[in-house]
Design a protein around this ligand. Structure first.
Ligand SMILES: [Ca+2]
Ligand SMILES: [Ca+2]
Length: 162
């Protein structure tokens, strides 16, 4: 009889806490990823060259390609992918599976040290392909060599920041 109100109050606080955490949403559980090519020269973050068998979660375990981060991880609001100095010969395809939301962008940030991060689209139709994805931010990249389109947006690709 005495305990019951106390338990109910605890339950109320717990529910309130859960609601606050839910409202904070993706940003609370946001993850940073790191990518580096196979050359160490003027790196901004990474301490070793990249390898797609790495988990990409730390500066000493970077992945080698941006696409491998997208393909092996589930990106969501607030997540950031730091792409270190170097040249990346790939077409980066981002879809709604790995996009952000009104709660936060998925951000791809290039190194601004040394020669920066260059997406070399040679041999690919595009360097970046955003298909049916929203709230993706792409910043500081240098884009070269794309056959047709440096950055290609199609489908419902609104609210992106490039
Ligand atoms: Ca994914
Ligand atoms: Ca590098």
């Amino acid at each position: 009889m005495i305990l019951k109100p106390a338990i109910n109050q605890k339950s109320a606080y717990f529910i309130l806490l859960v609601l606050v955490l839910l409202l904070m949403g993706g940003n609370l559980f946001a993850t940073d990823y790191y990518v580096n090519d196979n050359v160490m020269a003027g790196e901004m973050w990474c301490t070793v060259i990249g390898n797609d068998t790495n988990d990409g979660l730390a500066t000493n375990t970077p992945k080698a390609t941006i696409q491998n981060v997208i393909d092996t991880k589930l990106l969501g609001p607030g997540d950031r992918v730091f792409v270190d100095t170097g040249t990346y010969n790939e077409m980066v395809l981002i879809t709604g599976t790995d996009d952000g939301s009104g709660a936060g962008y998925v951000t791809f940030t290039a190194s601004t040290q040394g020669g920066g991060a260059v997406i070399d689209g040679a041999g690919n139709a595009q360097s970046w392909n955003l298909t049916n994805c929203q709230y993706v931010r792409i910043e500081y990249f240098k884009i070269t060599g794309g056959n047709a389109n440096g950055i290609f947006l199609q489908g419902n690709a609104a609210n992106n920041y490039i």
